[in-house]
Structures are given as C-alpha cells and as structure tokens.
Design a binder for this molecule. Sequence first.
Ligand code: SF4
Ligand code: SF4
Length: 234
Amino acid sequence: MGLQKKDLLKEKVRLLEALYRRFEDFLPSGGTACRKGCDTCCTLNVTITTLEGYSLLKKTDAVKVLEKQESRLRAEAHNRYRPRTTINEWAEVCAAGEAPAEEATPDPGSGSCPLLKERLCTVYPARPFGCRCMVSKRCCAETGFADMEDFHVTVSTVFQQLVEHLDADGCTGNLVDVLLAISRNGDSAPPGSSDDCRAFRLLPNRPLSVLMVPPEHRERIAPLLAELRSIGYR
Ligand code: SF4
Ligand code: SF4
C-alpha cells in the first residue's frame, strides 16, 4: 500500500473514531436494559463498512479469531445477512420516490457473532457502528426485538449514513465478509473499487446525498447536524 493511501486511511480512521465518540455522547446514560454479558444482539447479521473493518483489524486479532472458526463460518455462510442496498443508496432511492430493492430479512437465529466469546465481545473498544447503535429499553432476549426511541433510530441512521460517506470509495457488507475480504486483499487494505466490492460479496459505498430525517425530528436534530457539519463530516 502506498504512503499516500496509508495516510488517507489513517485520517479516515481518526474521523471514524471521532464519529463513534460523538455518538457515544448522544447515547442515554441510563434507562436501557443493556448490560455486560447481554448478547442477544451479537448475531451473525452485523453489517460494517470496509473502513470500519480496517480500523478493527488494526487494533485486534479478529482475523485469527475468524480463522479458528473457519469451518463454522463456511458452513454458516448462507445464513449470514447480506444487505442488498447501502444506507446512502436507500436514502437516494427513497428521495427519488422509487422503491428500494427488497431487503433480505436478517434471521435472528442465524447464529452468534464469531467475535463473541463467553458472552462478551472480544473486540469491544473497536466494535463497529452497527454494534454501537444497538440499545434497548427492554431486554431483547425477552421481547425478541430491540425497543428503541424513534429519535434514537433517526440519529443512528444519520450516523450510519456518515460512516458510509466517510468510506465512500469503500464497501459495505456483513462483518465476516468484510473482515475476510480485507485480510485476503493481501496488504490489509480495504478493497477499493466497485468490482472489488462485488468480488467479495460486498456493496460499493455511496457518498451521502440526502439525510434520512423524518419531518418530526428535523428541529430536534438540527443542532447535532450543525455540529457535525462544523467539524467537517459533510
Ligand atoms: S440491545 Fe438488547 S441484546 Fe443488546 S445489550 Fe441491549 S438489551 Fe442486550
Ligand atoms: S463485534 Fe462485538 S459487539 Fe458487535 S456483534 Fe460481534 S461480539 Fe457483539
């Protein structure tokens, strides 16, 4: 990997981490059922960008953990959720008044995340945004779903759009596919073109063109959006 690309990735990882921190400030400090060892949300269905995967691999030995589970992951390859549209593509299509491609429904019984060990996340400080935004007012194991405030869903969606925007020349896909794609790419660099993405069963990312904020949340989210713009996320 050339020096310029390395420096660019380093800067993008810095911005990604700042986004994660800003989202953490937004999260409620109490009033959720989330606690250490609660792992119902840690399934095989987590999706991430290649920048997130690159950042995670730089800080953890996740690839070795996946390699140890190779036969399980191969056997379960058909089970893991693979999105058909990225969040920014979805937003563009909806804004154009068109119908987005029908998504596969993630199977909650698809199996646990391979990075989970003894009910704890082995990469917790480096976990991707899709894990960070999961909170629930009630225990998911009891209800079968995560019970979130509507405004939390809106803010999470906006951050998800920014995470993709930051990696607009990368890809999005299932966590396992992304980590394996980066490790197989030879120099631990994320795949870098649309063709590369598709070769690894990933989707090419898109820059953000329209934010998915429902009318009832526009006023409430405005200060956060102004702050994010002022620090250069759009
Ligand atoms: S989102 Fe649900 S499963 Fe995940 S930690 Fe919170 S309560 Fe537990
Ligand atoms: S990366 Fe960690 S937090 Fe995310 S699903 Fe896997 S074990 Fe859970």
